[in-house]
Design a binder for this molecule. Structure first.
Ligand SMILES: Cc1ncc(COP(=O)(O)O)c(C=O)c1O
Ligand SMILES: [Zn+2]
Length: 412
């Protein structure tokens, strides 16, 4: 038997063996029946001590291998994924009235987004399962990370992204050698098409939420944050939410470290959504501990990565955030665009719109008098160079001049 004790349905809690099911619980269906990966925590507790980690010389997310669903480490790629920097900004913290402010920059992953954590795991699972073709629908980053991590394998990669995906992301796909379909429709349409194609042609599907192993990679950002802050986790962690998988991963990571006795408490995880694509935030407001109410929307936001109207991991995201005392906040497109330049100017970290949304959320919460005196971490999930068209909206154009000193003086 491998490492995984069971795959458990988030809604009915039925448990399956990892080799008897690929994607979601058949009784609860695609969106309500997403699966959680369960390990033998009693056994892990004996191995995964603080001393184990202080002696661990692996400075990538593979330092958490015992807590990841990978069975065959020969498939681990040499690309350096995870263990991204967590910066501290004491002056800025005082400026915002916080006790501490941390920024974790996942724009520094191999394909420049948080999604590398998930794709790296699923590309390994595809090879362990002897798959030949891997596919996904994506707003862009999941796809570029999948293409990047499968590039040096024998897997053929087939991608479905909306036609409006930023050029940098589409270029990444093409450069890595993926077959790319630009779908004339929303991400939600691309998602359904990828699912249908995967089922019809027998491809392995990496699309968000459907594949249970993605959240496992996505939890490693939380594990790193705990270690990088010497096990003294922040009070609040802000993260952008589209489908709800990244936030679910972050919550699961903290929960697992807590149940292993490595951290004393679980931070409040705060989901940040764009006002025009806030289905998870709305479901959270209506949630009272029972069944999660799902109401899809027509997504409309400048933050392409979180432009999701039909969030696929909504049940997990709402359930996990609620049980750890977190909450959701929404920000406007203007706040997101301003967030890009404000964060870049105040910290030197340049994020794409979705990556800057949590910073915009921070500014908004501070302006409402919340977060005062707290230790806050902002997860930057995507690099600013992914979408320079959006970034340009945050700044004045550069000054064009003749090559003379007089021209320089005129504009000083
Ligand atoms: C940069 C960035 N931030 C946040 C997210 C949100 O992740 P999720 O869709 O899992 O909620 C994504 C997803 O594509 C992303 O690319
Ligand atoms: Zn179920």
């Amino acid at each position: 038997m491998g490492k995984i004790s069971a795959l458990r349905c988030i809604s009915c809690e039925k448990e399956f063996n990892a080799d008897e099911i690929e994607y979601t619980c058949p009784s609860c269906g695609q969106r309500r029946g997403t699966l959680e990966v369960i390990y033998d925590y009693r056994k892990l507790k004996k191995i995964l001590t603080r001393r184990y980690f202080s002696n661990n010389g692996e400075h990538t997310m593979w330092r958490y291998l015992p807590l990841l669903p990978v069975e065959d480490r020969r498939f681990v790629q040499p690309l350096r994924v995870g263990f991204t920097p967590t910066y501290q900004f004491p002056h800025l913290a005082s400026h915002y009235g916080l006790e501490a402010l941390f920024i974790k920059d996942d724009g520094q992953n191999p394909t420049a987004s948080y999604k590398d954590r998930a794709s790296s795991v699923v590309v390994i699972k595809a090879q362990e399962k002897h798959k030949r073709v891997i596919t996904c629908a994506s707003t862009g980053n999941a796809a570029s990370s999948l293409a990047g991590f499968s590039a040096a394998t024998d897997l053929q990669t087939i991608i479905f992204v909306p036609r409006t995906t930023p050029a940098a992301k589409v270029t990444q796909l093409l450069v890595y050698g993926a077959k790319v379909f630009l779908v004339d429709g929303s991400y939600d349409a691309a998602y359904d098409l990828a699912s249908e194609a995967a089922e019809t042609f027998g491809w392995y599907n990496r699309s968000a939420a459907l594949n249970p192993y993605l959240v496992e990679g996505k939890k490693t950002g939380a594990l790193e944050l705990a270690e990088q802050l010497s096990w003294n986790v922040p009070d609040v962690v802000l993260v952008a939410v589209g489908d709800g998988s990244v936030i679910s991963g972050i919550c699961k990571g903290f929960e697992e470290f807590h149940s292993l006795g490595l951290i004393e408490r679980i931070p409040q995880v705060v989901g940040v959504q764009a006002e025009g694509a806030a289905a998870v935030a709305t479901a959270f407001q209506r949630y009272n501990g029972g069944k999660v109410t799902i109401e899809d929307v027509e997504a409309q936001t400048v933050a392409d990565s979180i432009s999701v109207g039909k969030p696929r991991d909504i049940v997990k995201a709402v359930t996990y955030v609620a049980r750890n005392g977190g909450y959701f906040v929404t920000v406007t497109d203007t706040e997101i665009i301003t967030g890009i330049s404000t964060m870049a100017r105040q910290t030197g970290v340049f994020a794409e719109p979705a990556g800057a949304a949590p910073f915009a959320g921070l500014v908004k919460l501070v302006s409402k008098g919340e977060l005062s005196g707290r230790r806050v971490a902002v997860m930057v999930t995507g690099n600013g160079l992914k979408d320079i068209v959006a970034a340009r909206k945050a700044v004045e154009p550069a000054v064009e001049i003749e090559p003379t000193l007089i021209a320089v003086e005129e504009h000083l």
